[in-house]
Design a protein around this ligand. Structure first.
Ligand code: SF4
Length: 383
């Protein structure tokens, strides 16, 4: 890489931290070819389209790279520019995000695109402070965008980078504790390339994240092939697998819900009842088969619903169990019609953004799964 850039390696070694040089060399040779990065073979320091970085960073929050790849490509095909996204309908954006989860990211992305087009002439701010004024853009995302897309000297700190720095410096305190987080941000800034390597700050930040993703992994870090092993305190002290200390897992609440798949009509005229969720809260604005809090006492009262199966769904802070029931229109208790609703054909449901558990219920209907028995159900509280 140094040859590619025309730098003198010896003087670079003298003037810049060895860690930076090694990490950049390793990244140039080993980085994964991902759709939101410049094509493999592009010169080091080549900068990607800021919009692509914005979308990819939104998708990568809380989500693995392997999951994001397909979503990213479809999203970019549907909304290739900030302008097309800004002009899009929220339902279309949620539909493109469907299955990726954490839908507030999609709504914030849309809101950001609209603000940028309406108030900033269609150009993303090139500084961290300006970016952090946009909906859903935090310190990490802002740092990633300005460094990767604009080559500005700004640090990033995501879970991967935090782990790498904790190990490099043998920091044993909880990396989620506020004091430690501030310490890690400071360290991430100190590590940034300076001088003649400063223009490679985007590659450097990407390299730190990449190292955490594929070498300095949460379990069994591959220290034997790590490019920065010589700079790593945890490896030198045999602490790599003990840093960071494992998180004490808290019990997550379990919530029971009942999904009512209600139909009317016969044959090709059959339609299904769906309702729109409230504009705020989990899965805001998305569509679902009527879904309510489960109530065991009420469930014992009715007998004509067919039990289709159970869906388990885990989020970061809670777990859900959805019991899926099938029944005709006459069985609907009044509470089920309390939200904005529509009767649609199964084929039309592809136009409505639906949360993952609801897609599983839809799959049950499509697969014609039959229940192991009928149960009594009713609609008490709201989901
Ligand atoms: Fe991580 Fe091991 Fe590399 Fe240290 S030497 S940064 S612990 S992979």
């Amino acid at each position: 890489m140094a040859l590619l850039l025309g730098y003198n390696r010896r003087s670079m070694r003298e003037s810049l931290p060895l860690l930076v040089e090694r990490l950049l060399d390793w990244y140039a040779a080993n980085r994964r070819d991902l759709a939101w990065r410049p094509a493999r073979g592009a010169a080091p320091g080549t900068r990607p389209d800021p919009y692509r970085v914005l979308v990819s960073e939104a998708m990568l929050q809380q989500t693995q790279v392997a999951t994001v790849i397909g979503y990213f490509e479809r999203f970019m095909a549907r909304f290739p520019t900030l302008m097309t996204l800004a002009a899009a309908d929220e339902q279309a954006v949620l539909r493109a995000w469907q299955g990726l989860g954490y839908y507030s990211r999609a709504r914030n992305l849309l809101a950001t695109a609209r603000v940028v087009v309406r108030e900033l002439g269609g150009e993303l701010p090139k500084d961290v402070a300006g970016l952090m004024k946009l909906p859903g853009v935090g310190r990490y995302t802002a740092g990633a965008i300005v460094s990767i897309a604009f080559g500005e000297l700004a640090p990033v700190l995501d879970g991967n980078v935090a782990r790498v720095i904790c190990r490099l410096d043998a920091i044993r305190s909880d990396p989620r504790a506020r004091v430690t987080v501030e310490r890690l941000w400071k360290r991430a800034e100190e590590l940034l390339p300076r001088g003649e390597l400063a223009p490679l700050v985007g590659d450097f930040n990407s390299a730190l994240m990449e190292l955490g993703a594929i070498i300095c992994t949460p379990r069994k870090p591959k220290c034997g092939v790590c490019p920065v092993r010589g700079c790593c305190s945890a490896a030198a002290r045999g602490l790599a697998e003990r840093i960071p200390a494992p998180r004490v897992s808290k019990a997550t609440p379990f919530l029971s819900r009942t999904i009512f798949c209600v139909w009317r009509g016969r044959g090709s005229g059959r339609r299904w009842l769906i309702e729109q969720r409230p504009a705020k809260g989990r899965w805001a604005g998305m569509w679902q088969f009527p879904t309510r809090e489960a109530d065991g006492a009420a469930e014992r009262r009715l007998g004509a619903w067919r039990h289709m199966g159970t869906i388990r769904h885990a989020l970061t802070h809670r777990r859900y169990g959805f019991e899926v029931y099938l029944g005709e229109e006459e069985l609907i208790p009044p509470a089920v019609t309390a939200r904005p609703s529509r009767w649609v054909r199964l084929g039309e449901l592809d136009r409505f953004p639906m949360p993952k558990p609801q897609l599983s219920a839809l799959a049950m209907i499509r697969a014609g799964r039959r229940a192991s028995g009928s149960k009594a159900v009713a609609m008490p509280g709201r989901c």
